[in-house]
Design a protein around this ligand. Structure first.
Ligand code: F6R
Length: 360
């Protein structure tokens, strides 16, 4: 069942090239244009704004997707469903509410969808499970096609969510603004290359050799900008879930507004570089280095400055920033997995957690 892997999590991490291939198969044409059978050109022509509702890892995928929409001029917000269910955002006549949920059964997310429907919003589920409650209750569904995920920690479904949401986002941008997003062909090409690029990360990652060095520190911080920010949040969430070590993710810009007080020689900082905002991102790393923190940086293999600044560098293939985040996240999954494995944790069934949270 686990195909010889010690844990489902490791199996599912290694399944990502295949999962991503299924997610995008038939959905990107040779010229880079998006083709989603349920959402032809014009399907979102009257959308005024997008509200994502999601929890945990799915919320991070939503934050990731939001970056592109906002950058291209489409108003978009990513809410934590647990909070949206009690304090919903105002819904306009043409608001599209997108529920991002692997299982399609998360109570907080379903509650948000029900509120949105009542308020008159059009609803769309982005989910892995055909026939799930979210898929049935929303007006439309987009399936991420990652295949079943058994490990409690979401891995391949995050990558597939990001890829599916990027296609959906491109369709929305095209419909709302009247033209494809700037540089859409390069971006589409990068997503088509993702299965191959992820395979390279899996084959070449130095993480299993590094995990031992940073064991037993006070805390672990994850920082990033752009899509590196949701990836940092996701890296910290995965790390705390399966290692039980204290981990926090921040947007790099937040550092000097508080978290920096915690940074010492005993708090490794994992910095995610998506290739944008390089100057500012490097300056943030300088700030934590000046406090003696060991820096583990993840970024495109060609970024010499990042490599030189870091104590450890985890390279990923050079590609479009929106794909770089997915690749960086694969390195982070491996970091969490190998540290948890060294600590002998119950990787597939972490304490106190359930695969699908069906109570509010
Ligand atoms: C993290 C994790 C949880 C889920 C969250 C939402 O590894 O598994 O944070 O992401 O409970 O679940 P779904 O996506 O099924 O709505």
């Amino acid at each position: 069942e686990r195909d010889g892997y010690e844990h489902y999590m490791l199996k599912e991490i290694n399944e990502q090239p295949k999962a991503l291939d299924r997610t995008i198969r038939g959905r990107i044409q040779d010229d880079g244009s998006v083709s989603l059978s349920s959402f032809p050109l014009g399907a979102f022509a009257d959308v005024s704004d997008v509200q994502f509702v999601a929890c945990g890892t799915s919320h991070h995928a939503a934050l990731y997707a939001r970056e592109h929409l906002v950058e291209q001029g489409v108003p978009a917000y990513a809410f934590r469903a647990g909070e949206y269910a009690t304090t919903p955002a105002p819904i306009g006549e043409n608001t599209l509410v997108v529920a991002v949920t692997q299982s399609g059964e998360t109570a907080d997310t379903l509650q948000s969808v029900r509120h949105a429907r009542e308020a008159g919003a059009r609803t769309l589920a982005v989910t892995n499970v055909v026939g799930s409650t979210a898929a049935r209750e929303c007006d439309d569904a987009l399936f991420i096609r990652a295949g079943p995920e058994i490990g409690v920690a979401a891995t391949k479904t995050f990558s597939s969510q990001v890829a599916a949401l990027s296609l959906l986002g491109e369709r929305i941008v095209e419909d709302v603004t009247g033209s494809p997003s700037e540089g859409h062909a390069e971006r589409a090409a990068a997503f088509r290359r993702l299965p191959t690029d992820v395979q390279r990360v899996l084959e070449e990652s130095p993480v299993d050799r590094l995990a031992d060095e940073y064991r037993g520190c006070d805390a672990y911080f994850f920082i990033g900008r752009g899509v590196g920010h949701p990836v940092a949040l996701e890296g910290a969430l995965k790390f705390k879930e399966i290692t039980y070590e204290h981990a926090e993710g921040f947007g790099s810009a937040q550092l000097k507004h508080g978290p920096l007080a915690l940074v010492t020689e005993d708090t490794p900082v994992v910095a995610v570089f998506d290739g944008r905002h390089q100057g500012k991102a490097l300056a943030n790393v300088e700030e934590v280095r000046a406090r003696g923190a060991p820096v583990i940086a993840i970024g495109g293999e060609g970024s010499r400055e990042v490599r030189e600044l870091a104590d450890e560098f985890l390279p990923v293939p050079d590609t479009h920033p929106d794909a770089t985040g997915v690749l960086a996240n694969v390195q982070l999954q491996l970091v969490s997995y190998h540290v948890a494995d060294l600590l002998g944790r119950a990787i597939d069934k972490p304490r106190n957690l359930a695969k699908s949270v069906t109570v509010e």
